[in-house]
Write a protein that binds this ligand. Structure first.
Ligand SMILES: [Cu+2]
Length: 399
């Protein structure tokens, strides 16, 4: 009888463990596990003939909970989706502030690359076709590649680089959730640092934090550097001592960047990416933001700031409440990053514009700016999960 009691305690504790694990996993999987454990508990209780025990009650409670979880999970996809994307790498020309062109190796002809937007746990397959004359790979920065390390995209470490004209299919699980990105891993000092080989990969969490559910505006800003000396010499450049002289948000330098449009009351998330070769110090005027996530991972103790330092490879999700109507600068406080070549007042600068603030002053830069709803990927992020291109980032074919 002592053994049976021990078994009963063991099974009961397993049931309770599963109940405790619910918030961290998908509801459907939890419900299934719980159902299984409850069934085992019930059988065990019956088999051991434990009389008047709590086991049967626990088993019944488990069954009820499991039914509830199944019902709750009913509105969302129960299992991981398979998502297959096709990406080309193309010799493309982009032009910054009307006068400086750069030869890029652009994903689907755009800089930054298309948004890949998936759900945590999805099975992702990306077929990459290299249409340029140089080898490339794609590294999925931030993804753990558990059991799929050969898909990490590092030449001569996990694969042979994709030769010109060849294709390669990457297969991996979208794990973990958060603000991730993808970039080439061949000659990164050139391909990532000055050829525009980067794009966003946003993995939606299965269990978002409460504050995430309240976000009304979601914007994505990839920060990068350029060296005009190598602009039209693909295959060269990215040397120590190179002078960065152009600086971009999503591949555009001020005044070609777009305003960040909000209305009073919005809860705004800016997902910042250090996708180039320099450290940036991003300052938002007129607001205090909360640093919510680092490299896609929600911080255990978010902190308040008005300036945030972001290095190459890093991502920060910052969140602020639009509670101060007006027009407010967002800019790199590494002041030399606010130039276009030798001209001041450019580079990494934009403005938070509140709805309802008149913008017809003749001196205001963006009084008549054509609105591009895709510029911060805000419209792409609202589309159903998948891969989304944006016309605003397309370059022109380069020789
Ligand atoms: Cu490359």
């Amino acid at each position: 009888m002592a053994t049976s009691s021990a078994q009963a305690v063991f099974v009961t504790s397993k049931v309770l463990e599963n109940v405790a694990a619910i918030p961290s996993m998908a509801r459907t999987e939890e419900a299934f596990l719980l159902l299984l454990m409850s069934y085992v508990a019930y059988i065990e209780a019956t088999r051991m003939h434990v009389k008047g025990n709590a086991m049967r009650y626990l088993a019944v409670i488990g069954l009820l909970l499991a039914s509830g979880l199944f019902a709750a999970a009913g509105s969302s996809p129960a299992y991981a989706e398979r998502r297959a994307f096709e990406l080309t790498i193309e010799d493309t020309k982009i032009v910054l502030v009307e006068n400086q062109s750069f030869h890029t190796f652009a994903f689907n002809g755009q800089v930054p690359g298309p948004l890949m937007h998936v759900q945590e746990g999805d099975d992702v397959e990306v077929t990459v076709t290299n249409l340029t004359t140089l080898p490339h790979t794609i590294h999925w920065h931030g993804l753990l590649q558990r059991g799929s390390w050969q898909n990490d995209g590092v030449p001569d470490v996990t694969q042979k680089a994709i030769a010109p004209g060849d294709s390669y299919t990457y297969k991996f699980k979208a794990d973990p959730a958060g603000t991730m990105w993808y970039h080439c891993h061949v000659n990164v000092h050139e391909h990532v640092a000055m050829r525009g080989m980067w794009g966003p990969l946003v993995v939606e969490p299965r269990n978002p934090r409460p504050i995430e559910k309240e976000i009304t505006k979601d914007y994505l800003l990839m920060l990068s550097t350029w060296v005009s000396k190598w602009a039209d010499r693909p295959g060269e450049g990215g040397e120590p001592g190179d002078v960065h002289d152009f600086f971009t948000i999503n591949g555009k330098a001020f005044p070609d960047t777009q305003p960040i449009r909000v209305k009073e009351g919005d809860l705004v998330r800016l997902r910042l990416f250090g996708s180039g070769d320099a450290v940036h110090s991003i300052h938002l005027h007129g607001h205090v933001f909360e640093v919510f996530a680092k490299d896609g991972h929600p911080l255990p103790a978010p902190y308040k700031a008005d300036t945030i330092l972001i290095g190459p490879g890093e991502r920060y999700d910052i969140i602020f409440r639009a509670d101060n109507p007006g027009r407010w600068m967002v800019h790199d406080h590494v002041d030399s990053h606010t130039v276009n070549g030798r001209k001041g007042h450019g580079g990494i600068m934009t403005v938070v514009e509140y709805e309802g603030i008149p913008n017809d002053q003749p001196w205001y830069h963006w009084g008549h700016k054509k609105f591009e709803p895709d510029f911060y990927y805000e419209s792409a992020l609202k589309k159903p999960l998948g891969m989304h291109e944006a016309e605003v980032f397309k370059g022109t074919p380069a020789k």
